[in-house]
Design a protein around this ligand. Structure first.
Ligand SMILES: CC(C)(COP(=O)(O)OP(=O)(O)OC[C@H]1O[C@@H](n2cnc3c(N)ncnc32)[C@H](O)[C@@H]1OP(=O)(O)O)[C@@H](O)C(=O)NCCC(=O)NCCS
Length: 344
């Protein structure tokens, strides 16, 4: 347990140092949410990011005084109901969504919504990333992010990865870490989307988990051992991903044991460069990915950090509603790292 915590600390410290070295602007749309506001104070104090808080200005001022926060004065605060730039954002939203049937009146209303406003700030380039979710659901943030920020060029499918910190003595993964995806967003990906998820997950493994990715696209079949249309989808996804990113160590279709256990990998998939040593696991659909990460967390005692949303043109990340101040702080640092990686 101690070693696992040490590994998490090691990675998080690295992520924090990267964020401090190249400060990004992060918008927190739930600026009047207590854990978010307290985290913002620490984020500013530690020089992790320049913070933009969205929320009622007076309420934020009252809470700042009540909690004795010393650094909130350095944040940019935007009151969505009293925003001199409201019309600018409404027009921007209208232009982006009018072909989807949005009216100017609807856009004006949404420009006063804390989440839409946060997403619009990112879209406008006034913020480099966004973190929310202490009070809102995943869908509340994902929907406007998908509609407005959209995907990074070359990607059509957003997905969510978890960094899995494995228990001490676990022989799998790299430096005690694995990356799992998609565990959060796309219920039933096509082969094309699955290929994109695999590529994005490889990049998350490298840029955020700081491991050299060996990516396995998983199935209930290894190299033709079973025939089914869902297996065909995984084979097709593997071909697309390999063709698109020949630089990646990536293979499929592999069963989970063939992917991570060297002896099983060499017997079931001889010649595969990934079988037996995969550290980045891509699941064939959201159901499997979500169930798998929760089982590994509960049965194996792994620590799951995420979801890190991947594939968005600008990083936006979602907290669990049960999050702690520390979770907000860490997710902001992770979001800064994503923003820095996207600019490279
Ligand atoms: C992601 C999600 C919120 C999309 O919501 P939805 O109501 O189905 O959204 P829609 O299908 O109406 O799409 C809205 C927009 O997002 C886009 N979109 C939807 N899913 C997308 C994806 N995975 N990647 C990229 N864009 C996507 C659509 O193309 C659409 O864009 P447009 O309006 O510009 O045409 C939904 O798929 C979802 O709830 N996923 C599961 C999330 C979840 O509960 N996870 C639990 C574990 S944390």
């Amino acid at each position: 347990m101690t070693l696992k915590i040490f590994k998490i600390m090691g990675l998080i410290e690295q992520i924090i140092a990267n964020a401090q070295a190249e400060k990004q602007r992060i918008v927190l749309p739930e600026g009047d949410e207590p854990r978010t506001l307290k985290a913002a104070d620490r984020i500013i104090a530690d020089g992790i990011a320049d913070v933009i808080l969205i929320g009622p200005a007076q309420k934020i001022a009252d809470m700042t005084a009540e909690f004795g926060l010393k650094n909130i004065g350095k944040a940019r605060i935007i009151d969505p109901k009293n925003n001199p730039d409201r019309q600018k954002y409404a027009e921007m939203l209208y232009e982006l969504r009018k072909n989807k049937g949005m009216t100017m009146e609807q856009a004006e209303g949404l420009a006063e919504n804390f989440m839409y406003l946060g997403i619009l700030l990112v879209k406008a380039g006034e913020a480099d990333g966004l973190v929310s979710g202490a009070r809102s659901t995943t869908g509340d943030m994902l929907r406007p992010a998908l509609q407005i920020i959209k995907t990074v060029p070359g990607v059509t499918c957003v997905s969510g990865a978890f960094i899995m910190f494995l228990p001490e003595g676990c022989p799998y993964g790299t430096d005690g870490k694995m990356v799992f995806a998609d565990c959060a967003v796309t219920p039933m990906p096509t082969a094309e989307q699955l290929a994109e998820i695999a590529i994005c997950t490889a990049d998350t493994a490298k840029n955020i988990a700081k491991i050299d990715p060996a990516v396995a696209i998983l199935s209930f079949s290894t190299k033709g051992s079973a025939k089914h249309e869902v297996v065909d989808k995984v084979i097709e996804a593997t071909n697309i991903a390999q063709e698109r990113r020949p630089d990646l160590l990536l293979d499929g279709e592999l069963q989970a044991d063939a992917a991570i256990v060297p002896s099983v990998g060499s017997s079931k998939a001889p010649g595969s460069k990934v079988a037996g040593k995969a550290n980045t696991l891509v699941f064939p659909c959201l159901e499997v990915g979500n169930i798998a990460y929760k089982l590994v967390q509960r049965l194996a005692g792994a620590e799951a950090v995420g979801p890190v949303l991947q594939g968005l043109a600008k990083p936006c990340n979602d907290l669990s509603r049960g999050c702690s101040i520390d979770d907000v702080y860490k997710l902001v640092a992770i979001t800064c790292n994503q923003a820095i990686a996207q600019k490279q």
